[in-house]
Design a protein around this ligand. Structure first.
Ligand code: NAG
Ligand code: NAG
Ligand code: NAG
Ligand code: NAG
Ligand code: NAG
Ligand code: NAG
Ligand code: NAG
Length: 213
């Protein structure tokens, strides 16, 4: 009994201690950085290294597969963090994500669920599944017109200066890829309803960012 009481006391003390050394951190518009995250410079006992966020020029940064993403919001209730590729500029339709990223980059696509972040493909591990839509950028050596899902974006995007540039919402099935077209970039968004015939809407969706768990 005495041992148990001592143990309970010890656990309480440790918890108090942790709350004491780990008040929420703040960087830019993200004012509530707390467990499971920690901000670079916070004591190591606040969280684990893989959930350490950076603060660069007053912007909270998440490191994902050696790439950097800007944190837009952290939601502690549904265990999600929304991030955006740092190269995307709102209202600049020529700005594109730096990195190729799709659902298949995340561990939960397969049976391995040990990665630090998941894209919610496996609802079993995530409770509810995340909204994760792909925007696919292709470049063609001929004009395919506004065929099916293809939306012309040549006015804003030029790949190595030649070809016809298009963007497509959703997953590209093999039969949708026209002969002479090449996939240049795939990037995700978690905005679930937008006009899939408008590149402006697609770009707004990309700039909104994507949620991971
Ligand atoms: C950092 O961002 C916050 C929130 O956007 C702002 O209130 C603050 O003035 C910024 N600080 C600097 C040094 O830019
Ligand atoms: C910050 O997050 C913690 C942990 O989820 C929560 O208890 C607290 O209410 C939040 N504070 C604010 C100001 O949102
Ligand atoms: C828009 O983005 C493109 C590509 O990143 C860049 O070259 C251009 O300078 C940007 N325009 C403005 C007005 O920032
Ligand atoms: C995602 O996977 C693709 C293909 O393996 C790779 O080219 C890309 O760099 C990965 N993205 C990130 C952000 O690591
Ligand atoms: C998590 O909460 C945020 C803020 O309420 C919301 O925008 C987002 O859609 C939620 N995500 C999931 C997967 O429920
Ligand atoms: C575009 O959106 C409409 C209306 O939501 C939907 O019916 C259609 O299947 C979508 N098309 C593509 C290519 O996703
Ligand atoms: C486009 O590329 C495809 C496959 O490489 C080739 O068969 C076709 O002739 C090319 N079309 C033009 C207009 O160059």
């Amino acid at each position: 009994m005495v041992v148990l009481l001592l143990l309970v006391h010890h656990i309480c003390a440790t918890k108090d201690e942790q709350e004491h050394v780990c008040p929420p951190s703040s960087c830019g518009k993200i004012t509530n950085i707390s467990y499971p995250f920690r901000l670079k410079g916070d004591p190591e006992e606040c969280s684990v290294k893989m959930y350490e966020l950076g603060c660069e020029n007053n912007v909270t940064v998440l490191y994902l597969y050696s790439a950097k993403y800007h944190v837009q919001s952290i939601n502690y209730k549904n265990y999600t963090v929304r991030v955006v590729d740092p190269a995307l500029q709102h209202h600049n339709l020529s700005s594109l994500p730096l990195r190729f990223l799709s659902r298949s980059n995340f561990s939960d696509t397969y049976t391995d669920t040990t990665g630090p972040f998941q894209a919610g493909l496996n609802a079993f591990y995530n409770g509810e599944s995340l909204s994760f839509e792909h925007i696919v950028f292709v470049n063609c050596n001929h004009s395919v017109g506004e065929k099916g899902k293809y939306v012309e974006i040549g006015e804003w995007v030029k790949w190595e200066g030649k070809g016809y540039a298009y963007a497509i919402v959703g997953d590209l099935r093999a039969e949708d890829l026209e002969v002479g077209c090449e996939v240049k970039l795939v990037a995700p968004t978690s905005l679930s309803t937008f006009d899939n015939n408008s590149y402006t809407a697609m770009h707004t969706a990309l700039s909104y960012g994507f949620e991971i768990s």
